[in-house]
Design a protein around this ligand. Structure first.
Ligand code: FES
Length: 320
């Protein structure tokens, strides 16, 4: 896989936007729309905001000697974190509200991440422009953009913690709590929705027992309601760790997740034959290749129908 996420691999218009922002390195981006979770009824990333708003208060006190109580009201849990230990809150998959004190990366992990980060940073003319890939890098380590991960990014890039948090909480591909080994997205944007995407989401969420951006207690599966994956010609579309599963039905979606939970080999419709984990996919999105970018079929079938018709009729794009 190439260093840059392609539409085939990532399938995410958001990621395109993310890359644009990476070049700008801006930390002052506004907030996007916030669809609610049909299952939980919670605003999108409520937990993220809770962690961000409440947790960031802890970070601000991180340099002080007294302990700070942090209330994760949206999860119904609370924890007292020790700022002397950097006050890192770690959420476990499926255990909303459970917070355990964590710390900085162990030295050997930190050394490995630093080496990876340096390889990424030198690709950018401005150091701060490497923020988005570095957020993917720490997500590849922790399964989400952890507090210690954001601190790591800030240190490596000479940014403030607030600048890092401002970016990481904007983009939906950066998760504020651990996702499953297999992060399953169901497109609920217009075309997929009318072709069955809404029904797939309803039934799959019920089947798995979790809602938007929530993970199963065993940490294997997390679900996300996705906006358009730029694969409308294969609607309704699902993605697992950003690989496409085209032309889905509620039954095929549930079978797919059951197979993943049972450890069976599952092949995406396009791309590499074997799925990687969410952490592995995050590492690729950071720009550290797994050399699988060219594997498997890419554009085919429905994607090429328009081109065939245009060629048959001699149609060409108007001159600029
Ligand atoms: S609406 Fe689902 S891929 Fe475009």
């Amino acid at each position: 896989m190439s260093g840059e996420p392609t539409s085939e691999r990532s399938g995410q218009p958001r990621d395109e936007a993310a890359r644009g922002a990476s070049e700008e390195g801006s930390a002052t981006l506004g907030t996007g729309g916030e669809p609610t979770s049909e299952r939980s009824g919670q605003p999108r990333d409520e937990a993220a905001r809770g962690a961000s708003e409440e947790g960031s208060a802890t970070l601000e006190t991180g340099g002080e000697s007294e302990k700070s109580a942090v209330s994760f009201a949206s999860h119904g849990g609370s924890a007292t974190l020790d700022p002397a230990e950097k006050g890192v809150a770690v959420l476990s998959p499926g255990e909303e509200g459970s917070v355990t004190a964590g710390g900085s990366y162990p030295p050997e992990v930190r050394a490995r991440l630093e080496q990876d980060a340096k390889e990424i940073i030198v690709r950018y003319p401005r150091t701060r422009s490497a923020l988005l890939p570095l957020l993917h890098l720490v997500q590849s380590e922790d399964g989400y953009v952890s507090d210690r991960g954001q601190e790591f990014c800030a240190e490596m890039l000479g940014l403030t913690k607030a600048e890092v948090v401002g970016v990481s909480t904007f983009y939906t591909m950066y998760k504020r709590r651990p996702m499953g080994d297999y992060h399953v997205g169901v497109c609920i944007n217009t075309l997929c929705a009318v072709m069955g995407g809404d029904q797939i989401w309803e039934e799959l969420s019920e089947h798995v027992g979790v809602g938007h951006d929530e993970a199963t207690p065993d940490g294997k599966i997390s679900l996300e309601r996705l906006e358009c994956n730029a694969a409308c010609d294969f609607a309704p579309v699902m993605m697992v760790n950003w690989e496409f599963f085209d032309n889905q039905t509620p039954a095929s979606a549930k079978q797919l997740v059951d197979d993943l939970r049972d450890g069976k080999d599952v092949s995406p419709t396009r791309g590499p034959k074997k799925l990687c984990t969410f952490k592995e996919a995050s590492r690729v999105l950071s720009g550290l290749t797994d050399d699988l970018a060219g594997d498997g079929p890419s554009a085919a079938g429905a994607s090429l129908e328009g081109l065939k018709v245009a060629k048959a009729n001699g149609w060409k794009a108007p001159e600029a």
